[in-house]
Write a protein that binds this ligand. Structure first.
Ligand SMILES: Cc1cc2nc3c(=O)[nH]c(=O)nc-3n(C[C@H](O)[C@H](O)[C@H](O)COP(=O)(O)OP(=O)(O)OC[C@H]3O[C@@H](n4cnc5c(N)ncnc54)[C@H](O)[C@@H]3O)c2cc1C
Length: 411
């Protein structure tokens, strides 16, 4: 099969890049190894930077019809009251809140918009396992599905297949690990009408929790020391339930809903980065280039920003090359793809630096029993606004190139 751009991975980075390039008129094939976008739980947070991108794509109205919860600030709990840490209410622009929306709804929306375009092809249950390399350049991907093994040849191959990227490994690109002291145990407990509405963070007694309101239930993240799940399980479900209700007293009486550890799922947290994101004909974006810690819930948004920056840089040359021959066969030059890394490395590195500071100064001492959010000083308003801006808009926010906006009116 021939295409102009083949993308491995239909997460936030790959889905958004696929939509943007298809809107620009590029022939795109997106490979996703799963049968659907149901992925509980890899983050629900759509930040103002991403809301702005959706607006620029004309998708804001459709997005706001999804079942979402708007949080104008992120808060820390002392077990009774909430203290705001990041305040989004003073951000420039139209979007002054984080929208919590199940990630599959978001991905369905993005891929649904892309599927309306004739030059976009999405292949589900398609697992990329190797790169096609010829003449010193990457020329596409090998993937397998229920029918066997196949090849897709392309001028640009994108690794957007997440932090355990098969494509980057096949291409011989190696990550530098930056480290994370924790893993996360996810579970859910029903919500009652008089619970607080907003998401919050709470840490005390050697444990930490993040609570996300999904209307009928709480999506809860319980932080444990890295590799500590076996020890947690060995202590038994009763001790786990007691530790949760000590942190969040209003859940008392509901923890019986977590019958055993089979009702939880553990996610290993990783923070790492590729020293080199590209080869001739190949670029890595999103978690495949820089795995993010869940701190700040910024991973989806950085992945989207990478997609926007990549599309802004490569769409023009690809569309021009397609005028000569469609699909394009000459690999995209390394000099062009290096510009993606030059543009997106600073935001990724600054954000990871901030996450590592919080991991070391807050999470690690918390898990060692040396911190309690009840004694956390309320930050002054100016600090809350600065944190709100850093979390909500990020470093060097990207905007969709007008070429793509023009496409929106011709659909
Ligand atoms: C515990 C935890 C909680 C998090 N919470 C949040 C949060 O609340 N908010 C937030 O913004 N970020 C959060 N993150 C980070 C966030 O999940 C990632 O940064 C973000 O999803 C990265 O997007 P991506 O598209 O680069 O990769 P991914 O979301 O990982 O998507 C990769 C896609 O590629 C597919 N794939 C993998 N291998 C292949 C293959 N070989 N062939 C084809 N397809 C393949 C996968 O199925 C997946 O669909 C969290 C991370 C963790 C670990």
């Amino acid at each position: 099969m021939l295409t102009t751009c083949v993308i491995a991975g239909g997460g936030p980075a790959g889905a958004m890049l696929g939509l943007l390039l298809a809107r620009a008129g590029v022939e795109v094939t997106l490979l996703e190894k799963h049968a659907d976008f149901l992925r509980d739980f890899r983050g629900d947070t759509i930040h103002p930077s991403t809301l702005q991108v959706l607006d620029e794509l004309g998708l804001s109205e459709e997005f706001h019809r999804l079942p979402l919860h708007k949080a104008p600030y992120l808060a820390i709990s002392n077990g009774v009251t909430l203290t705001p840490l990041a305040d989004f209410r003073h951000l420039p622009g139209a979007y002054r809140y984080i929208a919590f929306v199940p990630q599959w709804e978001f991905l369905d929306l993005i891929t649904g918009a892309a599927r309306r375009l004739p030059n976009f092809r999405l292949i589900m249950r398609a697992e990329a396992y190797d790169v096609i390399t010829e003449g010193g350049a990457v020329r596409g991907l090998r993937y397998r599905d229920a029918d066997g093994e196949h090849e897709v040849r392309a001028a640009l191959t994108v690794a957007a297949d997440g932090r355990a990227s098969d494509v980057r490994r096949a291409a011989g690109l190696r990550v530098r690990k930056l480290g994370a002291p924790m893993d996360v145990v996810w579970f859910r407990v029903s919500r009652s009408a008089d619970d607080p509405p907003d998401p919050f963070l709470r840490f005390a007694g050697g444990a930490g929790m993040v609570a996300i309101n999904r209307e009928t239930y709480w999506q809860l993240a319980y932080l444990i020391p890295k590799g500590g799940f076996d020890a947690l399980r060995a202590r038994g479900i009763e001790r786990f339930r007691a530790s949760v209700t000590a942190l969040v007293p209003f859940l008392t009486g509901r923890m019986g809903e977590v019958g055993s550890f089979a009702d939880t799922s553990v996610l290993s947290v990783a923070v790492d980065r590729l020293p080199r994101w590209h080869l001739p004909g190949l670029v890595c974006i999103g978690d495949a280039a820089h795995a993010m810690s869940p701190i700040g819930g910024v991973g989806i948004n950085l992945a989207i920003q990478d997609a926007v920056a990549t599309a802004n840089l490569v769409a023009g040359p690809m569309v021009r090359a397609q005028r000569v021959r469609t699909p394009v066969v000459e690999p995209m030059p390394a000099s062009l793809l290096a510009r993606v890394q030059r543009r997106r490395l600073p935001p990724a590195a600054v954000t990871q630096f901030a996450q590592i500071q919080i991991q070391e100064r807050v999470i690690r001492p918390t898990l060692a029993g040396r911190r309690d959010s009840a004694r956390f000083p309320a930050p002054p308003a100016i600090v809350r606004r600065i944190v709100g801006r850093f979390v909500g808009l990020g470093v060097l926010p990207e905007h969709v190139n007008r070429e793509f906006l023009a496409q929106r009116h011709s659909q």
